[in-house]
Design a binder for this molecule. Structure first.
Ligand code: FMN
Length: 208
């Protein structure tokens, strides 16, 4: 049996894969991904999220999203949007990640020592962590994903998924499949630019 990938491997292997092909994604795989996501930390352990996983209704859903996207862009170029969408159409499963405003609003209401904007921000940071946990779990399952924001299409998606809007706000969409082609590795800022030790210092001059 192949050795299980380490966190190091997963973190380096994860890419934004925006063109995917169908993959065998079993119920067990979906459950494992969701179980990993369930253990994401959140402010006050409020877990202010809901994830809708779509596998069976994807063809219809992409058409709904395309129609909403075309309508929102009436008179404006639609090619880039369609290109992205076509890349997602090969997905075997799509995770729609929602912020549950009912949970956030209640947290804002009962928190007396921090202003509403901070409580709001902590909830959104929590969803960011959830998204990364999902993403790593997808890679751990031997699959690939990307993170897309369907802002103009949000209400159409909510209607299709029958999820109450605006109680739930769509924070991100992750289409999952196999990479359609190799994705170039985007660079990262060097370590000495993003971290300091003991106290802040500017990046050392290049010694080479
Ligand atoms: C909060 C957040 C929002 C993002 N939004 C989008 C998006 O709407 N569309 C998209 O194609 N990629 C989106 N990305 C992916 C980034 O472009 C990508 O992570 C970055 O370019 C680095 O590439 P890598 O993920 O392959 O390492 C987003 C990433 C994050 C963390």
């Amino acid at each position: 049996m192949a050795e299980h990938p380490s966190l190091w491997d997963l973190a380096h292997r994860r890419r934004s894969v925006r063109q995917v092909l169908p993959a065998a994604v079993s119920d067990e795989t979906i459950e494992r991904i969701l179980e990993i996501a369930r253990w994401t930390p959140s402010s006050y352990n409020s877990q202010p999220w809901h994830i809708v996983v779509v596998r069976e209704r994807l063809a219809e859903l992409w058409d709904v999203i395309e129609a909403a996207g075309r309508q929102a862009r009436a008179g404006r170029p639609v090619e880039k949007f369609l290109e992205r969408l076509n890349g997602y159409r090969g997905a075997s499963a799509v995770f729609f990640i929602f912020l549950d405003r009912a949970i956030v609003d209640e947290q804002v209401r009962i928190t007396t020592y921090a202003p509403a904007e901070r409580v709001e921000s902590w909830a959104r940071e929590s969803v960011g962590m959830l998204q990364y946990a999902l993403w790593l779990a997808v890679v751990d399952a031997g699959l690939a994903a990307s993170l897309h924001h369907f802002d103009s299409e949000e209400e159409a998606i909510c209607r299709f998924l029958e999820i109450p809007y605006p109680r739930f706000r769509l924070m991100g969409t992750m289409p999952v499949g196999l990479p359609a082609h190799e994705v170039p590795v985007p660079g990262r800022r060097p370590l000495n630019e993003i971290a300091s030790f003991e106290r802040w210092h500017p990046p050392a001059a290049d010694a080479s």
